[in-house]
Design a protein around this ligand. Structure first.
Ligand code: C2E
Ligand code: CA
Ligand code: CA
Length: 574
């Protein structure tokens, strides 16, 4: 306990107050007690603030402890409140604790006081830290740390909300996407730090060129988006205002730098009825604006052909799927307490005959845009169930988890299709896991919730994936019928180096446990992180340190070689 504590002491007996202070000091708790004995004095002191703790007598001639507790809980709910009283019956003590008192100490047992004070302060500090971490999770999930602007997730939320309102009111909306011309050159020649400064300045100028109620976000890199309730004319006018805002040169390292930008516009309802479609179409228009140097382009359906590369890849994906180029790898998840493998996550790769191995991050979005994702996901589930069955026959009982994509949770046929696959294989439903992210739910939350409830009734294992990157809405999480929470690797990778990441991981573990969920950390790349996760009570881990995603055929050998996990457990337990 570093500096001196400020304690507000509600006590009518001066001698008792002195005794309390002496006891605390004797137990090396440096403190300053401010003694009050009436309601008015108590209120005045609380209004003044600056206290670390309240000690309170229970019965006093001019005031009573019960009322004091109620007042304190109303004014400073987080301040620890301890009764120090000569008489407090058991019943009243229980009532006091129920009403939010931290503890009670009898005056003839003052030896308990110092430990109780210490515990109360520790708990209060932990609460504050957790609250901070929760706020931090929220901020990280919805805001861009560089510019402080809302990020892609929040923009998608805003956009969906705006579209719902416009639909209801029969009005139009516009989505403007903007990127800076030659930003990469600026980054390369002047360095990333200057690039970051420039992005911050650009964000400031854009923000101040807009009315307060107009939403702007940074989507990543040098890409910004604005949502506006307006028609084509209004959108083009705003685009010009934004371009104008960048007219004056920016100053980087004392040098003036000219920055130009391009904008693509997509309109509701003409170009799309949902956020995804509008984002995609505004992006197409932005490419046109970039390519022609026209500054601003409004989407037209002919523009879609400006994406020959993407179209080619889409065609190839369809063929690749048919000819078995999509391969599945499996990455083990390990129980941090027992070292046992609790299951595997199925991760898809595209073995392209010319382009080589393509990451799912590249081709899953393509599949989502073409509708290919549904057959693809069903194919993956079918293969996963078959693999699970084969392992089961070989005496290996593993839960196999498949990633579900946005569209899948909008398709009411999914539960039936899965039930059929499971029935045919004889694999128990609990052996099949489904990992879902926020975006799976957000499009049509009601429908998604219905399907999830159904899958839950079928007793599949449901997980919330990528926790921390957009899913921080606790209200949602509480309502979801899921069993597991996976903390995104973005936080786990850096948790041993970065205090904030560590706080987020810890808060996520606590939150998950509060909600009765099993918590899995993904992205464990080293032994320190493993031990760090054990220390905060995380249940399971997944990461390169234990195993990369591997072909099914390699799993038995990996399992044979993985005695070292039990070794790790013993080390941690010592
Ligand atoms: P995800 O669901 O968050 O999967 C975890 C990703 O983290 C995988 O990347 C995995 O290889 C990677 N990873 C695991 N441990 C570590 C580690 O210790 N360090 C680092 N740096 N990375 C680690 P992958 O396989 O590239 O998959 C990327 C994303 O693609 C997945 O993210 C998932 O969202 C999506 N995806 C993969 N397969 C499928 C699929 O079959 N269907 C759908 N819809 N999406 C899939
Ligand atoms: Ca996953
Ligand atoms: Ca993830």
């Amino acid at each position: 306990m570093g500096s001196s504590l400020r304690i507000l002491h509600l006590e009518d007996n001066r001698n008792d107050a002195e005794l309390v202070q002496a006891m605390l000091v004797a137990d090396s708790i440096a403190c300053e007690l401010v003694r009050v004995e009436t309601r008015n004095q108590f209120l005045a002191a609380m209004n003044q603030g600056g206290f670390d703790l309240i000690l309170c007598d229970y019965s006093m001639p001019s005031f009573d402890g019960r009322t004091a507790l109620a007042l304190a809980k109303e004014k400073c709910p987080d301040l620890p409140f301890l009764f120090v009283s000569g008489t407090i019956g058991e019943e009243r003590a229980v009532e006091a604790l129920k009403n939010g008192a931290t503890d009670y100490i009898l005056k003839d047992r003052l030896g308990r006081l110092a430990p109780a004070v210490r515990r109360a302060l520790d708990e209060a500090q932990e609460r504050t830290q957790r609250k901070r971490a929760e706020e931090q999770i929220h901020r990280l999930a919805y805001y861009d740390p560089l510019t402080g602007l809302p990020n892609r997730v929040l923009l998608q939320d805003h956009l969906s909300q705006t579209l719902r309102n416009c639909h209801r009111d029969n009005t139009s909306a516009a989505l403007l996407l903007m990127n800076l011309d030659r930003f990469r050159d600026i980054n390369d020649t002047l360095g990333h730090q200057n690039g970051d400064c420039l992005l911050k300045d650009v964000a400031l100028r854009l923000r101040s060129a807009l009315e307060e109620s107009t939403q702007i976000a940074r989507l990543g890199g040098d890409e910004f988006a604005v949502v506006l309730r307006a028609d084509a004319k209004g959108a083009i006018l705003l685009a010009q205002t934004l371009l104008k805002a960048l007219d004056d040169p920016f100053v980087l390292e004392g040098l003036p730098v000219d920055v130009r930008a391009s904008l693509g516009i997509a309109l509701f309802p003409e170009h799309g009825a949902d956020a995804d479609t509008l984002l995609r179409r505004a992006d197409v228009a932005l490419h046109v604006a970039n390519g022609t140097g026209s500054g601003v382009a409004v989407y037209t359906s002919e523009q879609d052909r400006y994406h020959p590369e993407r179209l080619a890849l889409m065609g190839e994906l369809r063929q690749g799927m048919a000819s078995g180029q999509l391969v599945l790898n499996y990455q083990p998840m390990i129980n941090l307490k027992t070292g046992q493998v609790i299951g595997v996550e199925v991760l898809m790769r595209w073995q392209h005959p010319q382009r080589g191995l393509i990451s799912p991050a590249q081709f899953i979005p393509l599949a989502e845009q073409t509708g290919l994702i549904k057959p693809m996901t069903l194919g993956t589930i079918e293969a996963a169930v078959r693999q699970c069955q084969a392992w089961q026959r070989g005496g290996l009982n593993l839960t196999v988890s498949v990633n579900l994509s946005v569209r899948c949770l909008q398709d009411a046929r999914l539960p039936d299709q899965i039930a059929k696959l499971l029935d045919a294989s004889g694999v128990a439903p609990g052996r099949l896991g489904l990992e879902i992210t926020e975006s799976c739910i957000m499009g049509d939350p009601e429908r998604a919730m219905e399907i999830l409830t159904c899958l839950n009734r079928m007793e599949l294992k449901l997980s919330v994936d990528d926790f921390g990157t957009g899913y921080s809405s606790l209200a949602y999480l509480k309502r979801l019928p899921v069993h597991e929470l996976k903390i995104d690797k973005a936080f786990v990778l850096g948790m041993m180096r970065d205090r904030h990441d560590a706080a987020i991981v810890r808060a996520a573990v606590d939150m998950g446990h509060d909600l009765g969920l099993v918590v899995v950390a993904e992205g464990v790349e080293d032994q320190q992180t493993w031990h760090g996760l054990v220390a905060i009570g995380c249940d399971a881990a997944q990461g390169y340190y234990m195993s990369r995603p591997i072909p099914a055929a390699d799993l038995p050998r990996w399992l044979n070689e993985s005695h070292r996990w039990s070794a790790l457990i013993h080390m941690a337990g010592r």
